[in-house]
Write a protein that binds this ligand. Structure first.
Ligand SMILES: Nc1ncnc2c1ncn2[C@@H]1O[C@H](COP(=O)(O)OP(=O)(O)OP(=O)(O)O)[C@@H](O)[C@H]1O
Length: 251
């Protein structure tokens, strides 16, 4: 089946002069329709850079990013905006991505303005209910919510555009185990029939959510394995990740 989101031989260099860093080097990734892929890597491995590139927000120096087979950087800015609607983005820092003047309902409604399909589809309140935020949440200000609730608002806003792919960048970082579980459950349940790319440094989260796990190390994709085989794969890259989390070995 053809990939809904793909990158080919992507290289992204950041910074200037002596501070130049090759954040991604020759990265190839295919995400099939309905597939969940976790991008696993330690801090600084290039995960956030890859998210920016896959969301068509950041242009790589080399390589292609394709949405439904279309090379996004061959399009006009307008064409690229259209393509971006197909890729819903759940940021790491949900609160920082919301307009502080907006209620939860208004944040989600903002996503609806960019909805791909015209009439029909859920309204903002229905989307809030879908992510487990019914009963008065819609009128509240995101700043008054817990971290997990804010992340669920971000999922509702991303779903509002009716994307083919959800791109989630460490959506559970800083949350306690229960809130993590709520957010991951929301992502997997509401994201059904869509593709999901989830960025994480936590092998447990990767295994919990994804069908497939790819491992980034120093800007290179060094492993691509079925999630069920992640911990028994014997892959050096996975072993290094687990070893770097001494308090979290109980996987
Ligand atoms: N604007 C920048 N200028 C120079 N180097 C940068 C810039 N942004 C990121 N980098 C470097 O690029 C590399 C990849 O960064 P990136 O943020 O993608 O990693 P990451 O895996 O998402 O890390 P984390 O898990 O800590 O968020 C790192 O070495 C980082 O220091």
């Amino acid at each position: 089946m053809s990939a809904v989101l793909a990158c080919r031989d992507v290289t992204r260099v950041l910074g200037r002069r002596r501070r130049r860093v090759t954040a991604l080097q020759g990265v190839n990734l295919d995400v099939a329709p309905g597939e969940s892929v976790a991008v696993l890597g330690l801090s600084g491995s290039g995960k956030s850079t890859l998210v920016g590139v896959l969301a068509a927000l950041d242009r790589p120096q080399r390589g292609e990013v394709r949405v439904d087979g279309t090379d996004v950087w061959s399009l006009s800015e307008r064409g690229r905006r259209g393509v971006r609607r197909r890729v819903g983005w759940v940021p790491q820092d949900a609160l920082g991505s919301f307009d502080p003047r907006y209620t939860v309902r208004e944040v989600v409604a903002e996503g609806l303005l960019a909805r791909r399909s015209a009439a029909g589809g859920p309204d903002a309140d229905e989307l809030c209910a879908r992510v487990g935020l019914a009963d008065g949440f819609a009128e509240r200000m995101p700043a008054s919510l817990s971290g997990g609730e804010r992340q669920r608002v971000a999922v509702a806003r991303a779903l509002a555009t009716d994307p083919e792919v959800l791109l989630a960048d460490e959506p559970t970082s800083g949350l306690d185990v229960l809130a993590q579980e709520h957010v991951l459950e929301t992502l997997t349940r509401t994201g059904q029939h869509r593709s999901l790319v989830l960025v994480t440094h936590d092998p447990r989260v990767a295994r919990r959510v994804a069908d497939r796990v790819v491992v980034l190390e120093g800007g290179r994709l060094v492993a691509d394995v079925a999630a069920s085989e992640l911990l028994s794969s014997g892959l050096a890259a996975v072993e290094r990740l687990v070893a770097a989390m001494p308090l979290e070995r109980d996987l």
